[in-house]
Design a protein around this ligand. Structure first.
Ligand code: F3S
Length: 401
């Protein structure tokens, strides 16, 4: 049976205001339905589903209503990208945003600001100064709503979070609590199944592996994934995003990367078939002739920008669009990376991405399985193809693949 502390009882009974009581009711209902013994205090919340393109009028009105009840965040809290770059709403000719969309988005930002959210506008909160300033440590519980960030937090940072829906992460931000269940429980983070892939990996291969896991992995525990070489940081970020897109896995264990509370004891092993991966990769249309090469789903890191800058020596032959957080943009601006890339014809959009925005008709090549997954369902995207970063760079240089 769910035990609440005195403070939590007071929140639920409305002694701390109506907004917090409404939020607590939701958290308690979810905790009870999962048979959680208690609530889990959190150190940070990250809320997804804040683009007007995703939540529309209904979502904007819901956020305004919660804010007008006096609800305020009780832990540091950040938010996902929105439907356009606030500093370039027309998206440098790539996005197609109308007045209604902008007005709806402004209402959402205003409601979030009133509630005390820090408007980071990124799906990579882990690259922001805001998160660094919190000094979070491995083992800390948070409540994150962005599936790619959830998998990254659990797999790489050792933070504990379940995959929350946007509204539940919002309620967690207001109460400072989530339910003590799932990946907040140490034992549930220890894998019992290992998957081995003995061929070379890159982010496209890892995307296909995430599909394999979505279909085959049945254990409630995270899968342990052993690859021939340790993936690079941006490849792991893409893998985390792919796990969230292809299925509902919120954590994987990567040897040498994932912090664990104790050594796993593996009871089941599976070798991932190379021929199947190869055939699946060719299904993902790597030969698309793109109008734009899209990098930055999830938002690009500083290190990835440096790699791209090194790979592109001259003016690009195919337009390259990079989406990223304002924080990473500012850091890269300070070191001259932005200027250098812009001089070669690279375009940047901050605080948004092609998936949650409205774009003009485009054929897209990307190194993100998640972007591939969602863009291939969008009506104004003519075609989309998946390629790892080195091949995208060759495409950008105008080389035949
Ligand atoms: Fe981020 Fe947009 Fe991809 S929010 S994870 S860049 S779909």
């Amino acid at each position: 049976m769910l035990q609440l502390t005195k403070e939590e009882e007071e929140m639920l009974n409305g002694k701390r205001g109506e907004g917090i009581a409404r939020a607590m009711e939701v958290i308690v209902k979810v905790a009870e339905s999962l048979d959680a013994p208690r609530l889990q205090p959190i150190r940070h919340a990250h809320v997804s589903g804040v683009s007007y393109g995703t939540i529309g009028e209904a979502g904007a009105s819901f956020l305004e209503e919660i804010a007008s009840l006096g609800a305020r965040v009780s832990v540091p809290a950040s938010v996902n990208p929105i439907g356009y770059d606030p500093e370039s709403p027309n998206g440098k000719g790539i996005l197609k945003i109308d007045r209604k969309f902008m007005e709806g988005q402004r209402r959402i930002l205003k409601a979030l600001g009133r509630m005390g959210f820090t408007l980071t506008l990124t799906c990579t909160p882990y690259y922001t100064d805001f998160l660094y300033s919190l000094n979070l440590s491995q083992g800390d519980s948070v409540a994150w709503g962005e599936s790619s960030a959830v998998a990254y937090a659990n797999t790489v940072l050792g933070l504990k979070t379940n995959r929350e829906g946007g509204p539940l992460a919002l309620m967690a931000a207001i109460t400072g609590r989530t339910y003590y269940s799932g990946l907040h429980v140490d034992e549930n983070r220890i894998p019992d199944t290992e998957y081995v892939y003995n061929e070379p990996v890159d982010e496209a291969v890892l995307g296909v592996i995430s599909e394999y896991l979505a279909e085959k992995h049945e254990s409630e525990r995270p899968p342990l994934v052993r690859t021939r070489r340790r993936p690079r940081e941006y490849e792991v970020r893409e893998f985390a995003a792919a796990l969230g897109a292809a299925g509902s896995i919120a954590m994987a264990v990567l040897p040498g990367i994932t912090p664990l509370p104790r050594r796993p004891s593996i009871s089941h092993r599976d070798e991932i078939d190379h021929a199947w991966v190869k055939s699946r990769l060719s299904d993902l249309k790597p030969t698309v002739r793109p109008d734009v090469i899209f990098i930055g789903c999830p938002h690009t890191s500083y290190e990835e920008l440096a790699i791209i800058n090194k790979e592109i020596q001259d003016k690009v032959k195919v337009p390259v669009l990079i989406t990223l957080s304002r924080d990473v943009y500012i850091k890269a601006k300070e070191t001259g990376l932005i200027e250098s890339l812009e001089s070669k014809g690279v375009t940047f959009l901050r605080g948004t991405c092609l998936i949650i925005s409205k774009t003009r008709e485009l054929a897209v090549a990307t190194n993100s399985y998640k972007a591939y997954f969602y863009l291939s369902k969008k009506s104004n995207i003519k075609e989309v193809g998946l390629q790892p970063l080195p091949l995208l760079m060759r495409m950008a240089r105008g080389e035949e693949l």
